[in-house]
Design a protein around this ligand. Sequence first.
Ligand SMILES: [Zn+2]
Length: 377
Amino acid sequence: MTVGFSLVSTTAQGARAGVLHTRRGDIPTPVFMPVATRASFRHVSMDDARSTGAKIILSNTYHLLDAPGPDVFSSFGDIHRFMGWQGAVLTDSGGYQIFSLPGERSISPRGAQFRLPSGRKHLLTPESSVAMQQAIGSDIMMALDVCVESTSDELRTREAMATTHAWAARSLEAHTRQLRGQALFGIVQGGVHAALREQSAREISALPFDGFAIGGLAVGETRSERETMTALCSALLPQDKPRYLMGVGTPLDLVEAVHRGVDMFDCILPTKMAQQGYAYTFQGVLEAMRPAMQHAQGPLEPGCTCLACQSQPLGYIHHLLRVGNTQGVRWVAIHNIHHTQLLMARLRSAILDDDWASSYVELSEHLPRRLKSPLHG
Ligand SMILES: [Zn+2]
């Protein structure tokens, strides 16, 4: 079957609990997708990722185009067989990477011309992006879009949005779902210009996509602008389709977006923060490199069931980080990915148990704190 979505419950404030139906099983929402950029995770192994409870991951078409390339996926059958991941996979279209990575690029009505990491020149069109994602065999594909900085003026943002809309229609035409049972999501653009966001949400949601993403955020706007645009788009997107906020964000950002009706997320932050020795906890962000952690004999977070907290004391993880042993980053990354899964489960329970208002206040207060000493004695 292709992707479907069942909305289970909505709070008075608009937060939603649902189930995303994929070819590889049902996934409770809200859901966080850890990022496996090049069909691999940074700092953690496939087994580590599995141990976090993640059921769907994200991989980047831009990087996979370059290596291993579509032929390898075709010979393996799909990305699941290639990387040994039995869960669901969402692939982005390549649009965001083309915008965000350094190097020359040019956008024309036909497509985006750019250089791949290997230096090869490449023209990515809406049709070739869908073809590449079909070769990868992801469960959810994204339509190619044009992403601009949030600070772009209205004219530039409007042009990018118009191209995004034209490409959305072409992506749908290129989508031969009967071959693979893959879903295709459209992307709403429009920067931080309310009228453009509104127009984009209306035009994109009028198209027969399987789900809708809010793109072009977390690229230079303020937190308040991001939250306003998220709420505006969310209100205009259909109730019966999944909503995905791309590339966002910190645990607090996730809570704020769920509060505004978003169902799906991806972000590199759990592993990026681990690289700097920052561990997410429900009491705030624990700075594991601080000298105060060196004698801590308890886990990173008391009560956490992740592989790291089950096997290593914080003091040892602190030591590994201090001496530059990559295992230190691995333990924190496992914990952080696991934490995002737990956070989503906790938000879902709060929605289902009619406890959203108090959970929202509690999490909004605790998650942004910086913890400079261990959470246990
Ligand atoms: Zn843990």
